[in-house]
Structure formats: C-alpha cells, structure tokens
Design a binder for this molecule. Structure first.
Ligand SMILES: [Ca+2]
Ligand SMILES: [Ca+2]
Length: 196
C-alpha cells in the first residue's frame, strides 16, 4: 500500500527518513521562458523522484501541482527546457525524466512505433527529437515519452518507454501567474510513505 502526505521543506532539500521509510520528491524552483526572450511566458519545474515513478504517477503529480507534464512543441522550447530545467544529473542514472507525450492507442493514426503520439495538452504533435533508433516500442508497450537513457549522460533526445519502467521524476509546465494551488505548494515537498 502506498500513501501520500505533505511536509514542508526547502524545494531543493531531500528528506529521507530511515525510520519511517519515506523519501521526498524534490520540487525545483520554477524557471520562466519569458516572452522578452522570445518564449511563451510559461514556467517549468523539474521534479526529482528518488524512489521512481511511472508516467501515470508523474502526470497526476504534475496536475496536482497546478500544471501538466511538459510539452516540447518546438525546437526552441525543447532547447530552453533542456538547458535551463533538465539539469539534475542524477536523473540520468536510470533513464531521464518523463515528458508529456504518449501514444493514444485508440487514435485512427495509431501504429507502432511511430503513430498516434499526442501531447497531454492536445497541442499538435509535430516537432519531435527522437534518439537514434527511437521510437522502437522495444518489447512492446512503449507508449510514453521521456528523455533517453544514456547510462549517465544527460541528452536532449527522446525515447518511448513503458509506463511500468519507472523513472526518476518529470518536468512540468504551467502558465504564469501560477494557479493558487501552485503558489501554496511552492515551498512544499511531497513525502511518499511506503510500507515495506
Ligand atoms: Ca509504442
Ligand atoms: Ca524505446
């Protein structure tokens, strides 16, 4: 059984309690892609999950924080997000963080490995930045987007991955000014309590 609770902490602090078997997700401070810099005015946050999470779990947490999994709909946006937000190198020890792309297996254009891809926001799926040989639907069921696992080196290219291959976090995006819930949670980290 898994339960979620909330505890106040620094957005950069990692709380781990051996006694209670809990580990906090680390919610990094937002970075805004300002319109003054030819951006979209949206803010982005990296969330590091040491205990790993599925794409479905990442999507739910991004929404609970007042945003959505990041949608990289242009080369400029992808470059900004990777250079400014997607830096914690610990993410790449076992695959990179989740992104907001998935395959709609009921869509008319669905096919493996390259058909039916969608962004969680419904924005047009046009820009892509797949790694070499990706997407490949390796082993079947690779229907979710994340940064490619390169064995420790951060890269900006993408991989299709199975939901069950849990990753070390995600990147979220939201319009600014932030929703009330996000303001409230700006200095709050989530604790995941797990009974072992
Ligand atoms: Ca697939
Ligand atoms: Ca793949």
């Amino acid at each position: 059984m898994t339960t979620l609770s909330v505890a106040v902490c620094s957005s950069f602090a990692l709380i781990a309690s051996a006694a209670s078997q809990t580990t906090a997700a680390v919610i990094y401070d937002p970075v805004t892609w300002s319109t003054a810099n030819a951006g979209n005015g949206h803010a982005y946050r990296a969330v590091f999950a040491p205990e790993l999470m599925s794409w479905t779990e990442a999507k739910a947490m991004a929404e609970s924080l007042g945003g959505h999994l990041v949608t990289l709909t242009s080369a400029a946006e992808a470059s900004f997000v990777f250079s400014v937000v997607a830096r914690p190198e610990q993410w790449w020890t076992d695959g990179g963080p989740w992104l907001g792309g998935y395959q709609d297996t009921s869509a008319p254009d669905y096919s493996e490995p390259n058909g039916g891809w969608r962004w969680v926001t419904g924005e047009a799926w046009s820009y892509t930045n797949w790694g070499n040989g990706e997407p490949n639907n390796y082993g079947g069921g690779e229907n979710y987007l994340h940064y490619l696992d390169t064995g420790g080196s951060p890269v900006s290219t993408w991989n299709d991955q199975s939901n069950g291959r849990r990753q070390r976090g995600f990147i979220m995006e939201y319009s600014v000014p932030a929703p009330g819930a996000l303001t409230l949670l700006g200095s709050v980290g989530w604790l995941r309590g797990r009974k072992r």
